[in-house]
Design a protein around this ligand. Structure first.
Ligand code: FAD
Ligand code: FES
Ligand code: FES
Length: 487
């Protein structure tokens, strides 16, 4: 049994498939059909809802999520807000009932067929409650990065994002009531969902999680579900034993020691990145383009590494930075360098009873330079064709390479480093001539494959060119940034 708030009501649920998505629940169990199903894979944003939860400071915070990827089980002790909450629950709605975001969409002609509109409105509503004043077009694009519209065109929607701030402000959420309801739920019985031999357990601490992992064979962990939910929605596969790790406190911490940053495996990207950027501002462009805001509000490092995808963006960075994956089991904790973590296509050194508890990233040392690039067909919400991270230390005016470590994604069956390439630059001046000689050794490090995203030749050419981009940025002192034409 799990409990959560849905709009203005408190609900207790125990009669659903443990892997059921919030989208299916809303549409098939609650007849809340305002939330639309477009792709069921996180790509269109038509299913966007808000999820509110109490953070570590005891505050209620809301974020936009794709309900097609959000498991109902992950909503225990949280507040789900759907498009229906934006207007009063009555049969006939007049213009004066519309929320400022909805009114602005009408006034700016931001909707044609209307299928995408509830999703856009919810993303704009997430922005509206986060910023009390218009935050500027760059922020608007960030908030809308996961929403697609096939007919209206984006200009009227961008206009609506500004116009909604010109109307009298409206506050819909009764924070006090929601806080006390969620606190009461969280103090209640331990949550889980069990139905017809299938289950989703929701351990509250690492000991419980490790116990479940060691006692039950074949369990699948789920964090943000931005990868796993596709197995349910696209492949219709069934996992008998799921374990939601998002309530495990030890996996939701962000800590800094003198020489390391430790990021909890179940901490969503959007929760740790703003702090991480203080230490590694160079990572901002790529992480800003990891999926969409909805995906970053859910996805985690544990999920990315646990999925062992060859095209995940974090692994190349973590390899270049010399990061370690901390694995926990009932036998204790061990650490493995991200370099040694992947053993083959979607396989890792993790044993059946282990979970990723956190990732430790060494702090920057003096003279260290970092470059992190991603090439994909679209700026956001698109998987990389090639992703590279380069960590360099250079000495003196001659810019002698005293150390270099690279991490690459999209070029092999696993995220890799490039020791041959790196060895041809060590103790040499970081200039174009030496770079051009070194990059021709990349083919000893990997041979990319061709697929729908890019051909093998293209990937190799891009890989070489990205090292040139490092040199250009270093020598010109100019940071090349990928930007929207509109900005
Ligand atoms: C529309 C869309 C766009 C995307 N764009 C990008 C992109 O641009 N770049 C990118 O890198 N990724 C992208 N992704 C992929 C995905 O968002 C990331 O890989 C994300 O980090 C997965 O995290 P999660 O918490 O959602 O994982 P989940 O789906 O919860 O889990 C993924 C896998 O990891 C396992 N797992 C989860 N937590 C742990 C743990 N603590 N220990 C061990 N195993 C664990 C699960 O069992 C599962 O097999 C995209 C996904 C979508 C849907
Ligand atoms: S239905 Fe397209 S993102 Fe959920
Ligand atoms: S109005 Fe038709 S898809 Fe956006």
């Amino acid at each position: 049994m799990i409990s959560f708030m849905l709009n203005h009501s408190r609900l207790t649920v125990d009669d659903i498939e443990p892997s059921m998505s919030m989208l299916d629940y809303l549409r098939t169990r609650k007849q809340l059909n305002g939330t639309k199903e477009g792709c069921a894979s996180g790509d269109c944003g038509a299913c966007t809802v808000l999820l509110g939860e109490i953070n570590q400071d005891g505050e209620l915070v809301y974020k936009s999520l794709n309900s097609c990827l959000l498991m109902v089980a992950a909503c225990h002790g949280k507040h789900v807000v759907t498009i229906e909450a934006l207007t009063p629950a009555k049969l006939s709605i007049s213009e004066s009932d519309l929320h400022p975001v909805q009114k602005a969409m009408v006034d700016c002609h931001g909707s044609q067929c209307g299928f995408c509109t509830p999703g856009f409105v919810m993303s704009l509503y997430a922005m509206y409650i986060t910023f009390s004043e218009y935050p500027g077009q760059e922020k608007v694009i960030e908030y809308l990065s996961g929403n697609l519209c096939r007919c209206t065109g984006y200009r009227p929607i961008l206009e609506a994002a500004q116009t909604c701030y010109e109307y009298p402000r409206v506050s819909l959420i009764d924070t006090k009531t929601v806080l006390s309801t969620l606190s009461e739920i969280l103090l209640g019985p331990e949550p889980s969902l069990v139905m017809k031999g299938k289950s989703c357990l929701i351990p509250q601490n690492l000991n419980q999680l490790c116990e479940i992992k060691s006692e039950t064979s074949g369990v699948r962990l789920v964090a943000g579900a931005t990868d796993l939910a596709l197995e349910f929605s696209q492949n219709l596969s069934v996992t008998p034993a799921l374990v939601y790790v998002g309530a495990v406190d030890e996996m939701r911490k962000y800590e800094e020691t003198d020489d390391e940053i430790i990021i909890g495996a179940a901490l969503p990207y959007s929760q740790f990145l703003p702090i991480f950027y203080n230490s590694f501002p160079e990572t901002q462009e790529v992480f800003h383009r990891l999926g969409s805001l909805q995906v970053r509000n859910a996805g985690t490092l544990g999920g990315s590494l646990g999925n062992a995808s060859p095209i995940g963006d974090p692994a190349p960075l973590l390899i270049a930075l010399g990061a370690k994956v901390n694995l926990a089991s009932s036998n204790g904790v061990r650490s493995v360098k991200v370099d040694d973590f992947f053993t083959g296509y979607r396989t890792t050194v993790m044993s059946a009873n282990e979970v990723i508890v956190s990732v430790s990233v060494p702090k920057k040392i003096e003279n260290q330079r970092l470059f992190f690039y991603k090439v994909s067909k679209r700026i956001e919400d698109d998987i990389s064709a090639v992703c590279v991270a380069v960590k360099l230390t250079l000495d003196g005016e001659e810019q002698i390479v005293t150390s270099i470590k690279t991490g690459w994604g999209g070029v092999a069956a696993v995220p890799v480093s490039a020791p041959h390439f790196e060895s041809h630059l060590i103790n040499k001046t970081f200039n174009q001539q030496n770079i051009h000689q070194a990059v021709y050794h990349l083919n000893k490090d990997f041979s990319p494959m061709s697929d729908v995203r890019a051909s093998s030749e293209y990937r190799m050419e891009v890989a070489r060119n990205l090292i040139d981009r490092c040199w250009y940025e270093l020598s010109s002192n100019e940071v090349v940034r990928v930007k929207h034409a509109a900005l």
